[in-house]
Design a protein around this ligand. Structure first.
Ligand SMILES: N[C@@H](CCC(=O)N[C@@H](CS)C(=O)NCC(=O)O)C(=O)O
Length: 227
């Protein structure tokens, strides 16, 4: 592979959306290998040599092969973001805040909540049905979101200020995921999401990422219908 060639493996999930959205914000050209989860395409020996976790997304950036959607988005912003209209941490404090958001969203909202709902709800035939775990994961999601709601409501217009950040991409993909599950979000959280999803890059990435799956943009409740 050429040193400066970028290849993204995977489409069709909230995690792959993060990578395609980051690249769209950066205005990058890249190649996509549009493999899907749970189709057998992540299970091939050839893909296992690229990503032994056999998960999507995976990035090849020249000699660097990187998995984990958040690590990929942070890498892309750090490498290709300078000079572009995206948020880049310029101080230790900025970096700490950006890390705080990223780890919170990935652990508390994604892994401990939404993915539990997915594994033991939609994907129960693979991971086992656990209705009580699904119910408590939804409650946990809402409790965690409530704790950061004042900071989301105060985002002006984005979490890290004037420019879109990786934290916004991570949070918005979790809010979309929650809406697809019919979770009612507070009005100020919905207003924040309107600002991030109004971006041209979001729309382009959404259509590209979810096009092959038929998944549509989540229905956005009218203001006043949230909590
Ligand atoms: N922590 C990883 C999670 C990646 C992940 O679990 N990907 C799922 C789809 S969302 C996958 O590739 N599963 C393999 C398969 O089902 O074939 C990330 O954020 O990138």
């Amino acid at each position: 592979m050429a040193i400066d060639e970028i290849v993204v493996w995977g489409v069709g999930t909230s995690r792959t959306m993060r990578v395609h959205w980051a690249l769209a914000e950066l205005g990058m050209d890249y190649e996509t290998k549009p493999i899907l989860a749970r189709t057998g395409e992540t299970a091939t020996a050839a893909y296992g040599r690229i990503n032994p976790k056999r998960k999507i997304p995976c990035l090849q950036d020249g000699e660097l092969t990187l998995s984990e959607s958040a690590a990929i988005a942070h890498h892309l912003f750090a490498k290709f973001g300078p000079g572009k209209d995206v948020f880049l941490p310029m101080s230790d404090e900025d970096r700490a805040r950006s890390d705080e958001w990223s780890y919170f969203i990935l652990a508390e909202l994604d892994a401990h909540s939404l993915y539990v709902m997915r594994r033991h709800g939609d994907l129960h035939e693979i991971y086992g049905a656990a209705p009580e775990a699904v119910r408590s994961a939804e409650e946990y999601f809402l409790r965690q979101l409530e704790a950061v709601r004042p900071r989301i409501a105060g985002a002006d217009p984005y979490l890290m200020g004037a420019a879109i950040s990786v934290a916004d991409i991570l949070l918005t993909t979790c809010l979309d995921w929650a809406l697809r599950y019919g979770i009612a979000l507070a009005d100020d959280v919905l207003r924040y999401r309107e600002r991030t999803t109004d971006r041209e890059a979001y729309g382009a990435a959404f259509d590209f990422n979810f096009g092959p799956t038929g998944i549509e943009r989540p229905f956005t409740p009218a203001p006043g219908s949230g909590t």
